[in-house]
Design a protein around this ligand. Structure first.
Ligand code: EPU
Length: 419
């Protein structure tokens, strides 16, 4: 397994460009199943999760072409198979995103039931309950979700809890349903708006994305489109946090700051000076050590769970005591044990981390447990004394495009060690 060797102590400075958003791209790729024409996606990030969803679509019969501009054209017309096998689902839970489109377009789907993962049990009951309310028959058999529906029927559906991919699945399912579907208690993440925009450019009638109620008027068919994946707000937030822990001064281009205002406010509370316009964010850390900041994660527009691990590092080297409450996933503190091995002083009680800032941390061999946990270990390595080796970095390659290249460009000293 490859590892990253990080020599700590560099101060990050310079400009980088934000890559396309993984969590926007995945539902958009699944949405290609809904239409009989080709769809071109631009600015797709080069990530393992994107390769996995392409493998999934390819296994069902989609044709995927990459052109000289690095744009992907996907043709998911006439799929020969409607199954997402366990081998793929177990490596990427977001494979569940093909359930809604397959049901809407082909009237059936067989998807391996995703199991628990490193950050929580992550059931899909809200997806399934909502699809049942549109008339889908769903049985769980031999570890698979077997779903069928002659035609999905519009309904007024209130989600049992807020779910990002659940909201996306239902929006996609409802585009080709008969009648009007209204969804409440929905996720409001920017990626939901991106998906709705793309579907509308295909001829769907989706309104209200980004608000508490989304309405979808079913249409007979959808047409091809060309769509550019917006920048990844979590990637941008991670680099801002990297600057904050290295007394850095960096600018990130291509990102709309409205997508991470809560993160920006917390960085300012930690002592960073931040300037932004509609397409870039600059950060300059004005203090030797950050001020401690209390964080409670919650669905958008609140502080994102996907930035919690990175803020654990900011707080770990801060000048005081802070609290982090993780309210979205029940087991998203796996990075804390590894951070403590680097000299951090963090206690975990259930969903509450109590962090006592320390004046310095030191390098160690550490193990990544999930995508954002890996990012936090890299951040810790950047500000630690000496060398840090992060193992199991396949997690980071799922969601950060060329992370060591981008950080080295900003002045970090990171080497990828071969297996
Ligand atoms: N939940 C249920 N039942 C459901 C669905 C969700 O109980 O049917 C619970 C989950 O267990 C969790 C909470 O609801 O406790 C929220 O889960 P959600 O469904 O919103 O998460 P997701 O859609 O599986 C997406 C992102 C995650 C991100 C979360 C929260 C994608 C592909 N994934 O996951 O991204 O953390 O929303 O914002 O969009 C990441 O990029 O590192 C990542 C994990």
């Amino acid at each position: 397994m490859e590892k990253l060797l990080i020599k700590g102590g560099s101060t990050l400075s310079g400009n980088i460009k934000c890559s396309g958003a993984k969590n926007a791209a995945l539902p958009m790729i699944a949405a290609t199943i809904l239409c009989d024409e080709k769809i071109t996606l631009k600015n797709l990030p080069y990530l393992q999760d994107i390769t996995t969803i392409f493998e999934l679509l390819g296994s069902m019969g989609s044709e995927i072409l990459l052109d000289e501009n690095m744009d992907f054209t996907i043709s998911s017309c006439n799929l020969k198979d409607i199954e997402a096998r366990y081998e793929l689902v177990k490596t990427m839970r977001a494979s569940i995103l093909v359930l809604g489109p397959l049901l809407a377009k082909y009237g059936k789907a067989r998807i391996a039931l995703p199991g628990g993962c490193a950050i929580g049990t992550r059931p899909v009951n809200y997806h399934l309950d909502a699809l049942k309310q549109m008339g889908a028959q769903i049985v769980l058999k031999n570890g698979y979700i077997e779903a069928s529906a002659k035609k999905l029927i519009g309904n007024n559906i209130r989600f049992g809890g807020i779910t990002v991919t659940g909201t996306e699945n239902l929006i996609m399912a409802a585009t080709l349903a008969s009648g009007t579907t209204s969804l409440t208690n929905v996720a409001k993440e920017p990626e939901i708006i991106d998906l709705a925009d793309m579907l509308n450019s295909m001829g769907a009638k989706v309104s209200g994305a980004g608000t508490d109620k989304i309405t979808i008027e079913g249409v007979e068919s959808l047409k091809g489109t060309e769509y550019s994946i917006p920048a990844d707000r979590i990637e941008a937030g991670t680099y801002l946090a990297a600057a904050a822990v290295t007394n850095g001064n960096i600018k990130i281009d291509g990102i709309n700051p409205k997508r991470l205002m809560k993160v920006i406010y917390k960085l300012e509370d930690a002592g960073a000076s931040i300037i932004y316009d509609e397409n870039s964010i600059s950060i300059s850390m004005t203090r030797d050590r950050p001020k401690p900041v209390d964080i409670t994660t919650a669905p958008f527009p609140e502080f994102p769970t996907d930035m919690q691990a990175q803020f654990s590092v900011i707080n770990a080297i801060s000048t005081g005591r802070s609290n982090i409450y993780e309210t979205v996933f029940e087991n998203r503190f796996m990075h804390i044990l590894e951070l403590n091995r680097m000299g951090c002083d963090i206690a975990v009680q259930g969903n509450h981390a109590i962090i006592n800032g320390v004046s310095s941390i030191y390098g160690a061999e550490v193990m990544a447990t999930d995508l954002r946990a890996s990012a936090s270990l890299i951040l810790a390595g950047l500000c630690a004394k000496g060398e840090t080796v992060v193992d199991r970095i396949y997690h980071i390659d799922r969601g950060y495009e060329r992370i060591e290249e981008k950080l080295n460009y900003l002045g970090a000293n990171i080497t990828r060690l071969p297996s």
